[in-house]
Design a binder for this molecule. Structure first.
Ligand SMILES: Cc1cc2nc3c(=O)[nH]c(=O)nc-3n(C[C@H](O)[C@H](O)[C@H](O)COP(=O)(O)OP(=O)(O)OC[C@H]3O[C@@H](n4cnc5c(N)ncnc54)[C@H](O)[C@@H]3O)c2cc1C
Length: 416
């Protein structure tokens, strides 16, 4: 079924009785050419691009719960490609270009909104860093604008640019950045993959990965064993657990990252804005809630929930930037389990086990990468080799020392 304005109109006339489920609910087959573990955005996008770009349709996505309820359905929906390192430039630009055509490609309203992303700076040192990053982006053809204080004030009058503690000197803006509706991204990829023959199997937890002679042969699941020639991991904060099922250790730690939404208000914040003097970023959802978040909890956990110290920390940072937030009521708070890599950059590629691939290590920033990650992961699985866009994201860089230290902090997870 194709979605269109005409279809909406016709369904309205006949009482919405003609809609069909957006994807099938098939039982698992005994074997597949490719199994993707994890029904978040990255796993579903991988399956979609395997079918669309490589004609590989005998594919199953195995998800332990309902699709899209992991980090994909928990993030703050920011999409951008404003990175500093060239290896990240070309990958994230590919992802952003896929976002720009995604709704037409999937025939699904993912509510992609290129409203602009502004990173504020508050000191000369951070202004220099922003200028350097903006110049690096522009040299590779990516849009970046340096804003002065008055331009920031004009774009977002709520920001207290003259505040005594953290005066705003300006911001680095990527106008093509913005937001997308996170659930719709999972649903859109699921529907489009299903239409090309992919089996999306929910409530099917993978409990073991079968390896014989250094090569994967299938998986053990809560719905029985399933054979496969190739397996792709797209399980975010559970990556180290799943990799250990195949006997490999990966340099990924799991931490909770929390987010918040306020009560709905009239349009107040037109862009995505990040505070440069503390952990805080904010945008406004189409329902009117202000959506915001901060930094990681500083310990390892698999708990997908929030806690009070972070409420205090994040709201304090937000109020320092936009004092009027103090008069808003918080509506909800939640957490997702992040897959933190040791250099802050992702892993998309082969593993030491033949036929086992992974997309992981997305840290805070994997939502924006969703279509690019799926595209590159699918390429790598289909060709048994990385595409040049994800060549630098290989797992063995942690052994060879070719780290991608995007933030220049050093490869220490505790500094991210
Ligand atoms: C609060 C918060 C805010 C964020 N904000 C942003 C943002 O603004 N912009 C941005 O770019 N990124 C953001 N991120 C990061 C982003 O959400 C993630 O990097 C991205 O969504 C990861 O997608 P995924 O498909 O890899 O993971 P997930 O959506 O978590 O999917 C993994 C799936 O694997 C399944 N799974 C796990 N184990 C098994 C198993 N054994 N068997 C079967 N299935 C299994 C899980 O149930 C889950 O559905 C944020 C994250 C959080 C938590």
């Amino acid at each position: 079924m194709r979605y269109s304005g005409l279809r909406l109109f016709a369904e309205a006339l006949r009482g919405n009785t003609g809609w069909k489920p957006a994807w099938r609910d098939p039982p698992p087959k005994r074997s597949y050419d490719v199994i993707i573990i994890g029904g978040g955005g990255h796993g579903l996008a991988t399956a979609y691009y395997l079918a669309k770009e490589h004609g590989i349709t005998n594919v199953a996505v195995l998800e332990k719960g309902p699709i899209g309820l992991g980090n994909t359905g928990r993030n703050t929906t920011i999409v951008r490609s404003n990175y500093m390192l060239p290896q990240n430039h070309f990958f994230y630009e590919k992802a952003l270009s896929l976002w720009e055509g995604l709704e037409q490609d999937l025939n699904y309203n993912a509510m992609v909104s290129q409203r602009g992303v502004i990173n504020l700076f508050h000191a000369e040192g951070t202004r220099n860093a922003a200028v350097r990053r903006g110049n690096a982006m522009r040299l590779d053809g990516i849009d970046a604008d340096l804003l002065d204080k008055e331009q920031v004030r004009a774009l977002c009058p709520l920001i207290d640019v003259d505040n005594g503690r953290f005066p705003v000197l300006g911001g680095l803006m990527q106008r093509r950045g913005g937001t997308a509706r996170h659930d719709a991204v999972a649903w859109g990829f699921a529907r489009a993959a299903d239409q090309r023959g992919v089996d999306i199997i929910q409530h099917c937890e993978v409990t073991g990965i079968d390896v014989e002679g250094g090569r994967v042969t299938g998986v053990q699941t809560t719905r029985g064993p399933i054979k496969a020639n190739k397996i792709g991991l797209a399980v975010a904060g559970n990556t180290s657990r799943l990799a250990q099922m195949a006997g490999i250790d990966v340099p990924i730690e799991s931490h909770v990252l929390q987010a918040f939404v306020s009560e709905g208000v009239k349009p107040l914040v037109d862009q995505v804005i990040t505070f440069g003097a503390g952990h805080f970023y904010i945008s406004q959802s189409d329902k009117g809630g202000l959506v915001f978040g901060g930094g990681l909890d500083g310990w390892n956990t698999y708990a997908q929930r929030g806690n009070l110290p972070v409420v205090d920390h994040v709201w304090s940072a937000g109020i320092a930037m936009m004092p009027s937030l103090s008069r808003l009521r918080g509506l909800r708070q939640w957490g997702g389990v992040m897959d933190m890599s040791f250099d802050g950059s992702p892993i998309i590629g082969k593993t030491p086990i033949d036929g086992l691939y992974m997309t992981a290590g997305w840290c805070y920033g994997g939502f924006k990468a969703t279509p690019g990650s799926g595209w590159c992961h699918a390429w790598t699985i289909a060709n048994d080799a990385p595409h040049k866009l994800n060549e630098a994201y290989r797992l063995d860089r942690f052994r060879t020392g070719h780290l991608l230290d995007e933030r220049g902090n050093g490869p220490y997870p505790w500094m991210q």
